[in-house]
Design a protein. Sequence first.
Length: 215
Amino acid sequence: MYSTAFLLGFAQFLLMASVAVGLSFSGLVGAKLAPTPAMATFPFLFATATTALLTLVLPRVFVRLGYRRAFMLGAALGLAGGLVCAWALWLDSFLLFCLGCVLAGVYQASALYYRFAAADSVDAAHKGQAIAWVLSGGILAALFGPWLGSRGLALTADQVGVGSYLGAYLLACGLTLVAVFLLGFLKAPPRRQLLGAEVEVSFFELLRHPVFCRR
């Protein structure tokens, strides 16, 4: 019954570990690549803003593609983002590094829905346990993520400048590649089936709702 939750919990671990390995260094790399110190945190900003903005449109994507394909697409874009970041380090390109972080933000946004997919895969009495299994993947990543990051740095410790971070980003790519493969085995009910009759409400219609306005 919990097979989907177990799989998504491990996918959550892979996501958070890759974030710990990759995005944790974005400020340090940005400081070295940015044309001015004031722009050092722009890559992290782009990743976070992309994640936040996509939460407004991803539910519709899940309805159209289903959980498995949408999660695989998100992870594949995260893999592309890691490769772009690694390429940016190789070329010393700040713009490429920002683009890679945007793609990483897409991956993070899609992964926010792992717990919902896990909850939708079990009956009402077991939704809490399914969500807990997914969230436990993040706890595991908090334990092993920093260690993986240090191992990644050790891979290219002999490089100079931003090249010394190249191993960490390549390791993040490896973790994300495993996630893409793993998510291919996901068995979750179609999102459209769970929603029943599809009712679309625009964001601006929601803003005009009296209860929303009062709050």
